[in-house]
Write a protein that binds this ligand. Structure first.
Ligand SMILES: [Zn+2]
Length: 280
């Protein structure tokens, strides 16, 4: 598998000159399996950049197929879906997996987002690509030769948040975002879920001592603790705070790398940046 980041910012896009190195688009990560399976984790505004690139290949001719794994439906994780041309070209195929909330299915949420109130698309029925929605559960499923599993990370039924684990040939990538570790048992379940992952992608917008309203979102120290306790090889933090400049992010990573070195830890810590690509 290989992974590429198309959007790493949390909450809102940040087209800010001091944030261009890490990038200002919201959450979108692409995983490509060794046999060509294309899996997209969340469709924040980074999905628009990815869509532009996909138009150069099979998707531009209406012969593309991709799988979307949606963690939850806050704006920074869904906003990019309706914009790229790839979703409007007949013949393209979107397999969309995500959670169902007590307020409605994932399909209803996306349909509402495309209602005439918000968008000229006038609803999902007017998207050209063939699309199929599947409500996720903890049952493993396959995407081509990849095995996928999902884990609920919040007990809040009106806004369920799920993590994903993708495996291929004994290699594993885990995606955890917006985890609510303040809720009982969630952190232990996340550690078990991320066990021995080669790559853990974890949201981490703020430090523990920053006084901000994060609505229960895990902090950078939480992401590092989970990675250490799960025996992860590489931790990529993302969902960077919209106020965080590139230089500040560099300093934070340098600080925690020094701390890890002092602990004799082999954990590799990286702050994900738009355009960054690595093998799992
Ligand atoms: Zn988020």
């Amino acid at each position: 598998m290989k992974v590429r980041f198309w959007g790493v910012r949390g909450y809102v896009p940040t087209p800010n000159a001091a944030m261009l190195r890490y990038g200002g688009n919201t959450c979108c990560t692409a995983v490509t399996g060794d046999h060509g399976e294309l899996v997209i984790l969340d469709t924040g505004t980074g999905f628009c950049l990815l869509g532009d690139e996909l138009m150069q290949g099979e998707f531009g001719r209406g012969r593309g197929s991709l799988t979307l794994l949606i963690s939850h439906t806050y704006w920074d994780h869904i906003l990019g879906l309706p914009f790229p041309g790839v979703v409007h070209i007949p013949g393209n195929r979107l397999d969309i997996y995500g959670p169902e909330s007590t307020r409605g299915s994932l399909q209803m949420v996306y349909d509402g987002m495309l209602s005439p109130v918000y968008s000229p698309v006038y609803g999902l029925a007017h998207i050209g690509a063939t699309h199929r929605f599947t409500t996720i559960s903890t049952e493993p499923f396959t995407i081509g030769r990849l095995t996928a599993r999902a884990l609920p990370l919040s007990r809040r039924q009106h806004s369920p948040i799920w993590a994903y684990r993708l495996e291929e040939d004994g290699r594993a990538l885990v995606y955890i975002t917006d985890a609510r570790y303040g809720e009982e048992g969630i952190r232990d379940e996340a550690i078990a879920f991320a066990q021995q992952a080669n790559v853990l992608i974890h949201s981490a917008p703020y430090l523990r001592d920053e006084q901000v309203e994060d609505y229960g979102q895990s902090r950078i120290e939480d992401a590092i603790e989970v990675a250490l306790l799960a025996g992860v090889e590489q931790l990529l933090i993302f969902h960077h705070a919209p106020t965080r400049t590139d230089d500040e992010l560099d300093a934070i990573v340098a600080h925690f790398r020094a701390w890890l070195a002092a602990q004799n830890s082999s954990l590799r810590l990286i702050a994900a940046a738009e355009g960054m690509e690595l093998r799992v």
